[in-house]
Design a protein around this ligand. Structure first.
Ligand code: NDP
Length: 456
């Protein structure tokens, strides 16, 4: 029996912290978890889960429009934002309660308050108590980043507030070109808000495959989102009942809300990391090794606070691997190779593995297979929407290195094709798989000739 009050003190009850606490407890550790906001963390409370619910809500406008082509007459439709938010909040409350229950059932104690590290083996709770711990896990996640020099930034909202707006504005400007900006622009647009997306780059979703980026731009513009590229905010001003976003390029864009989605930063400020000697990088992220251990041997960190791959399933794996390593007698390092990603834009994106550009940088021979087609549903709906599927293949070994999909169901497809790619399937393995007809996914196993053969 250790002389510490607990074996593990977890700071932050989000996806990573909760999984780590539960698994450590199942290995017999005495676990305490502190959470200053709500158990469940960003993903459950104000991220992935509520976002996906809003995405579903925003799809109905397209569905109503498309229905006519299938013989339906849809009468007057009306949308009630407060009703959607109330329903979403009930579901989030249910999940929050389930997270608390599961954590308590595992034997962990939850302290609903902020905790700060005092030294490598002790944590100070906000009510003044000092708790000593054999191991401390930092799982405090991240928070939206707004440029501190932007005049009028206090007038803007971030994704945190977007989930709780008392009413929908008639028009909105979303700033940024990453996951959150693209997803929320689609949500607001689908819910009938006149939406402008303002991004400093000349294409959205940096780091994604270029064909996908190009196609996304076309498709979201067809959906009615106004895209302003290669420009950024200069200031935000109040104007009557609305706001004006003045851009560096000289535009004045009026809107009821300005939403800033220009990235997230690790939550490490004021956590006591300096006192404990924990090293952080220039972005404030906790630096860890393959086992999520910091430079202070008794302190570990998992999830977004480490800024490795900022996705919920990754944080969960890291939390689990940490608990197995430290309390389960089994050293486990998380494999960050080939992680599937989705962007719930409209149409949605699912992707896994190398982009064409990444493959070209690593392999002398790369074959590209592409299918760009009108999905079957839209032959009758009449909607001018196209779907893109792309395979990136090593020209020598014929291994499929990456798959990039834009279109309905793209995220679901990416999860499944990720298994094959992770198993290092070849193009011949894909081709040997019988097509499933009529689906969009069958394109993945019926692409005959490369559209490009790159040879160095
Ligand atoms: P991202 O890192 O995805 O995108 C940030 C965007 O903001 C980029 O377009 C970036 O432009 C732009 N930007 C950064 N700094 C500035 C600045 N000073 N002025 C103007 N523009 C700026 O961050 P998000 O906030 O969208 O999301 C955070 C993370 O959360 C994601 O990276 C992802 O890991 C996770 N997430 C995942 C989701 C999913 O799985 N579906 C959904 C939502 C979030 P540039 O490209 O030029 O740098």
């Amino acid at each position: 029996m250790s002389t510490y009050d607990v074996d593990l003190f977890v700071i932050g009850a989000g996806s990573g912290g909760v999984r780590a606490g539960r698994i450590a407890a199942s290995h017999g550790a005495r676990v305490m978890v502190a959470e200053e906001f709500r158990v469940g963390g960003t993903c459950v409370i104000r991220g992935c889960v509520p976002k996906k619910l809003l995405v579903y809500a925003s799809h109905f406008s397209d569905t109503f429009e498309d229905a006519a082509g299938f013989g339906w007459s849809v009468g007057e439709t009306r949308f009630d934002w407060p009703r959607l938010i109330a329903a979403k909040d009930r579901e989030i409350d249910r999940l929050n309660a389930a997270y608390i229950r599961n954590l308590e059932r595992s034997g962990a104690t939850i302290e609903p308050m902020r905790a700060i590290i005092e030294d490598p083996h002790s944590v100070r709770l906000a009510d003044g108590r000092l708790v000593t711990a054999g191991t401390i896990l930092i799982a405090t996640g991240g928070q939206p980043y707004i440029d501190a020099t932007l005049p009028g930034r206090e007038l803007a909202i971030t994704s945190n507030e977007a989930f709780h707006l008392p009413r929908l504005p008639e028009r909105i400007v979303v700033v940024g070109g990453g996951f959150i900006a693209v997803e929320f622009a689609g949500i607001f647009n689908g819910l009938g808000v006149e939406t402008t997306l303002l991004h400093r780059g000349d294409a959205l979703l940096r780091g994604f495959d270029e064909d996908l980026r190009h196609k996304l731009r076309e498709e979201i513009e067809k959906h009615g989102i106004r895209l302003v590229l290669a420009d950024s905010p200069a200031e935000i001003l109040k104007a009557d009942e609305e706001l004006v976003l003045r851009t560096r390029g000289g535009l004045d864009i009026r809107a009821g809300e300005v939403m800033i989605a220009t990235g997230r930063r690790p939550n490490t400020a004021g956590l006591g990391l300096e006192a404990a000697g924990v090293a952080v990088d220039a972005a404030g992220a906790v630096i860890v090794d393959d086992y999520s251990q910091t430079n202070v041997p008794s302190i570990y960190a998992v999830g977004d606070v480490t800024n490795r791959v900022n996705l919920t399933p990754v944080a969960i794996r890291e939390g689990h691997a940490f608990a197995d390593t430290v309390f389960g007698g089994k050293k486990v390092a998380v494999d960050h190779f080939c992680i599937p990603k989705a962007v719930f834009s409209q149409p949605e994106i699912g992707t896994v593995g190398l982009t064409e550009a990444e493959a070209l940088a690593q392999f002398p021979a790369v074959d590209i297979y592409k299918a760009d087609f009108r999905p079957m549903k839209h032959t009758l709906s009449g909607r001018d929407e196209r779907m893109l599927m792309k395979l990136v293949v090593d020209g020598e070994s014929q291994r499929v290195l990456g798959c990039h999909i834009l279109g309905e169901g793209g995220a679901e497809m990416a999860q499944l094709v990720a298994i094959a790619i992770k198993m290092r399937a070849t193009k011949a393995d894909f081709d040997a798989t019988m097509a499933l007809h009529p689906t969009a996914a069958e394109e993945l196993v019926t692409m005959r000739e490369p559209s490009v053969r790159h040879r160095r």
